[in-house]
Ligand binder design. Sequence first.
Ligand code: ZN
Length: 457
Amino acid sequence: MRIWATAALLESGWARDVSVEIGADGRIASVAQGDAGGRARADAAVEVLLPAPGNLHSHAFQRAMAGLSERRGPGTHDTFWTWRDLMYRFLAGFTPEEIEAVAAFVQMEMLEAGYAASAEFHYVHNQADGTPYDDAAILARRIAAASETSGIGLTLLPVYYEVGGLDARPLAGGQRRFRTDLDHYAAILEGAEAAVRALPGDARLGIAPHSLRAVPSAALAELVTWRPDAPLHMHIAEQTGEVEEVRAATGKRPVEWLFDTHAVDDRWCLIHCTHLTEDERRALATSGAVAGLCPITESSLGDGIFDGAAYLAEGGTLGVGSDSNIRIALSEELRTLEYSQRLRDRHRAVLATAERSCGRRLYDEALVGGARALGRDSGAIRQGAFADLLALDAGSVHLEGLAGDDLLDAWIFAGDDTLVRDVWSAGRHLVQGGRHVRRDAIEAGYRKAMRKLKETL
Ligand code: ZN
């Protein structure tokens, strides 16, 4: 198929009258600019065409908890840890059917927000009482099945989760649904790999040791040797409590310990780099690894603020993820990242450079970091890359009279994701006129799942 755009953001910058031809393999076959006559031959004509980024971190099932965690717990402060207790209780009601229905809905919302692909950090493996399913990978298969329904480009990251802390305490309560050992994990990975292979060719499998809290160092040393070409994601330094726990057990901070122990390179994506020293930040910035940031969730959970200004100045790579999925909003994710820097530094336009506006810089970073973290050949309108594309609503009042990077700034800082009109994931035209093509059925499945889940609370 052929898409024609009045204006498009190419690798070389903004271009006019752009034709993009997409092959049957979902990749961009050719890009031509200055092709005013191409409009007549196009299957779809749009005003503003952008590469669509990948969402680098999601726990799909947590979407069902959105709005249920805004009351204070019994202590003086409500914290990440009380939120986590609610999440564990909530989890007990999920059967494979609900996992799939909620995941399909979440993926649909991601597409409607402008994400073409998603890395699912999938850590619910067992039955509610902790007993493994006969098919170890059944829930991973359900995530893959959801992506078949939604059409999103999936990077499936089955999670390894063995213990409840650095002291190797056993998992308790809701955590037992996550429990793996190396044999069990190998079975999950094998099943997940088969499910991914049955999806379109842009789907990927990765490895995800949950965190230094949940994965003993010997298991981590083993896991990094498995599927060495696959993306590898891990939670790293979200909470000060977790930093202290790692320091008490190892004498080092999480990022410091990781870099002293492992060869961290561009296959790694470290999720929540909230609490880093300058040395840790510099090591990460020069490693090629991606800092996986989730600004809306990190705000929601009161985690802290990532030092984005210094990290980018040191050449670091970052991308964004919707994590807890309390709110799935690409433009807001980027805006929240920039605003967190402004509130801390009491400056404006912190992440802008001399050449690039704030919106352009944030968007470029999300494209590069998202593609690298997902192990996905995308992130640019370029011949050979997967056709992950989005079109903005040029008729929106927010974009009136604007062109170039001002369009991105207006979308991210003044508008919202209702400006996203069309989204293609590896050439699949899934959002049309602002709406996912299967929204009615997916939404009905989600409502049904939510009614059932609420009864079990
Ligand atoms: Zn997470």
